[in-house]
Every structure is written in structure tokens, then in C-alpha cells.
Ligand binder design. Structure first.
Ligand code: ADP
Ligand code: MG
Length: 381
């Protein structure tokens, strides 16, 4: 057990690291951040920030030597340097979990090999025969780069064979995965924690609405039958156990009309769809990450409210004129709703599509809170 008062390290300096730093300091831990870019959202509130490339092994080792354990908030970290960290301190989750989750090809193969339900897919090597893979999967389909995709980046949806040449050109130099397009009923996610003693605990299932491939709303409790939610939680626990996970894992799911669950992707860390826990849950996902990686008992994940809805605030909510930034959102209009909670990540430059913050609204029922959340979102623009 790594007791409060110790120093923890996190790889990545984004908003997840920032909120982790808040949770860590509240519990009496110090948090050191390793992040290539200066003045990161996490660095701003952490005890210490190390700015270096992830490939600078000596600097990474320096960072690791000052920590009792290292975790991450970001997947696109090269795995080789992580082996060096592991020689110095425990890395939680283990680098193999990261290696699987950071690459869609490995992720899908892992799901298949371990017998977890997933979206039908075919693989294409860089310069490989995309048309053949598309034929195998069938149309409509989604082509995704195997590496470094996030927020819908590096994805292309295809409906007809006429679109195949353009896709082949766009993906010519990249490894890719072709997935069947799933006409899902809804998207959901489960965040599971597993500590050093093998204890697991899941947060309530979130129902997620994406707009332009980016998470827009997370709704808890999910408006899904109880048995579907129970199966989703069980699936997440089984995946965490198959990985021998220590830490947090978010599992994104597609839910079909007949309640079938398909794993879309996994992230070995806190997740955007868990931000509602800051305002509507006994334990936040960030506190849980700390408990899991330090070997403390896991916290209660019950809702403290009837329902919570989290809404992402993108750079789109700022006022733009001909691509020039001319004004900020009307925060006072949003906060006229006394139950709205605003979280901004301290990013200096808003950009269209960039996650700048989020707000959460709580209340009695999911439907009623979602309606209020939608109305409040409209006041921002
Ligand atoms: P990332 O979140 O890394 O950008 P995802 O694979 O989760 O990538 O895709 C983002 C969103 O795009 C999903 O949440 C979903 O809304 C949509 N999407 C992705 N793959 C499919 C698919 N095979 N069928 C239907 N929708 C999809
Ligand atoms: Mg996703």
C-alpha cells in the first residue's frame, strides 16, 4: 500500500491529469506530471511538471525515481520507455494493457482472442488491400487508423463502393482497421477499477451521445434495462480480470436493439464519460484511480443524486468570426441554473473540436435532467 503523503506520477498532462491532481492533493498525495508540452492543464495544478519527450529515457527515469507509482491519463505514450519506468517503480496499469489499448488492431485482436464481444472487423497493413478488407466486412463500414485515433480523428465512414478509392488513398500509408458500421440503439460505457488486491468495482453505466464522433452528453443512470446494465458491468469486470488490471479501465460499448453488447474500444484510465462522478457520485473516478493504483480499498460508486448529465464544452462554444476568436461563452447564463457545475481545464487556446471543459447538471430523473442540460448547452452558444 502506498499511503497518503507519498508522491504519485502520471504520464500525460491533459484534463484527466488535472482532475487526478485535484483528487490526489485532496487525499494528501503529491502528483508529478510528465508531459511534453509546457504549462499543461495538469501541470498547472500538479505538484511538479516534467516537460520532456516520452522518448527521453533519462528524464523519464528521473521522474519515476521521485514517485512511489506511475499511472497514465493518456494512451499515446510509446511503450518502450515504459519498460524503463517499470525497472524503477510500479507502473499501473501494466504497460501491456496500454500496448493493447493504444492500437485498434491489437485491441480488436485481444478482444477476439479472449472471447469478448466486439464489432466485426478486418485488418489492413500500410499499403495493403483496403478494398478487399471492405469487401470482407461489408458496407456500410468505418475505416479507422490503427494508431493514434481519438475523438473521431483518423476515421472514415463508407456507404458505397464508389467511396472506396478515396478511402484507399487516405489510408495508403497507415495500418488500418475496417469495422462493420453498427446501427446501434445507443452507446454506453462502464468504468471499472481493480486494485492491487484484485478487488473490483464498477461505476454505474453511462449512456453516451456523440456528435460528430465526439462525446457530447453522458447520462447516468443510462436509460437501459437493468439486465443490460448488469451484463455491461460484468463484461467490464471480466475484461479487467483478463488484463490482470491494476488501475482503471473504461470500456466503450455499442448496445444493439436487442440488448446485445459489443465492445467498441477500451482505455486504461479515467474517461470523459466518467466526469459526472465529480458531481453525482460518492467517489469520483479520479479518487478511484488513486485508490486502485495505491492499493487502498476502493470507494463506493453509488449515485448521490437521482440522475446526472455531463455535457462537454468544446472550443466550438466560443464565439468565432471568419475563423477568428471574438468572444467566450456566456458562463453566467449557464450558471443561472444553480445545479449546473462548471469545470474548465485551463487550456489557453480554444479551438473548434477541442475539449475545453464540461458541465454537469443533476436532478431526479435522467430524462428531465437531459432536457435541462440540452437547454443549458444552448445558452453557451
Ligand atoms: P475515438 O473515440 O477514439 O475517436 P471510436 O472508435 O470510439 O474512436 O469512434 C468514435 C465514435 O464514432 C463512436 O463513439 C461512435 O459514435 C462512432 N463509431 C465508431 N465506430 C463505429 C462503428 N463501427 N459503427 C457505428 N458507429 C461508430
Ligand atoms: Mg471512443
Amino acid at each position: 500500500m502506498i499511503p497518503p503523503g507519498s508522491t504519485l506520477g502520471v504520464l500525460g498532462g491533459g484534463q484527466l491529469g488535472r482532475m487526478l491532481a485535484h483528487a490526489a492533493t485532496r487525499m494528501g498525495y503529491r502528483l508529478h506530471v510528465f508531459e511534453p508540452g509546457e504549462n499543461s492543464p495538469a501541470g498547472e495544478v500538479a505538484t511538479r511538471e516534467f516537460n520532456s519527450s516520452y522518448k527521453e529515457i533519462e528524464r523519464l527515469k528521473d521522474f519515476a525515481r521521485g514517485c512511489a507509482a506511475v499511472t497514465y491519463e493518456f494512451e499515446n505514450v510509446p511503450v518502450e520507455p515504459l519498460w524503463e519506468i517499470e525497472k524503477v517503480v510500479p507502473l499501473r496499469p501494466h504497460w501491456e494493457v496500454l500496448e493493447v489499448c493504444q492500437n485498434r488492431m491489437r485491441e480488436k485482436k485481444w478482444l477476439k482472442k479472449n472471447g469478448f464481444p466486439h464489432v466485426p472487423f478486418a485488418e489492413v497493413e500500410a499499403g495493403g488491400d483496403l478494398a478487399k478488407a471492405i469487401k470482407q466486412v461489408g458496407l456500410p463500414c468505418v475505416v479507422k487508423t490503427a494508431d493514434f485515433g481519438y475523438d473521431g480523428k483518423g476515421q472514415m465512414r463508407l456507404n458505397t463502393t464508389a467511396e472506396v478509392p478515396a478511402a484507399a488513398k487516405a489510408f495508403a500509408s497507415q495500418r488500418a482497421v475496417v469495422e462493420k458500421f453498427i446501427d446501434f440503439k445507443c452507446e454506453a460505457s462502464v468504468i471499472v477499477a481493480r486494485n492491487t488486491r484484485g478487488e473490483t468495482r464498477t461505476f454505474p453505466v453511462a449512456e453516451n451521445i456523440h456528435t460528430k464522433h465526439i462525446l457530447d452528453f453522458s447520462i447516468v443512470p443510462a436509460r437501459l434495462p437493468q439486465d443490460v446494465q448488469e451484463r455491461a458491468a460484468e463484461l467490464a469486470v471480466n475484461i479487467a480480470e483478463a488484463f490482470d488490471l491494476v488501475g482503471l479501465l473504461a470500456v466503450e460499448l455499442f448496445v444493439t436493439d436487442d440488448g446485445e453488447l459489443l465492445v467498441n474500444e477500451m482505455a486504461p484510465r479515467t474517461h470523459n464519460s466518467g466526469h459526472w462522478t465529480l458531481d453525482g457520485c460518492v467517489s469520483t473516478q479520479f479518487e478511484q484511480q488513486i485508490r486502485a493504483v495505491t492499493g487502498l480499498p476502493l470507494g463506493d460508486t453509488s449515485l448521490t443524486v437521482g440522475a446526472a448529465v455531463m455535457v462537454n464544452i468544446l472550443g466550438d462554444a466560443w464565439q468565432w468570426q471568419d475563423g477568428e476568436l471574438v468572444g467566450a461563452p456566456d458562463w453566467a447564463a449557464l450558471l443561472k441554473e444553480p445545479r449546473a457545475k462548471l469545470h474548465l481545464y485551463g487550456k489557453s487556446e480554444p479551438r473548434v473540436g477541442r475539449k475545453m471543459g464540461h458541465f454537469t447538471v443533476t436532478g431526479d430523473t435522467a430524462d428531465a435532467v437531459l432536457e435541462r442540460a440540452r437547454a443549458l448547452k444552448a445558452t453557451l452558444h
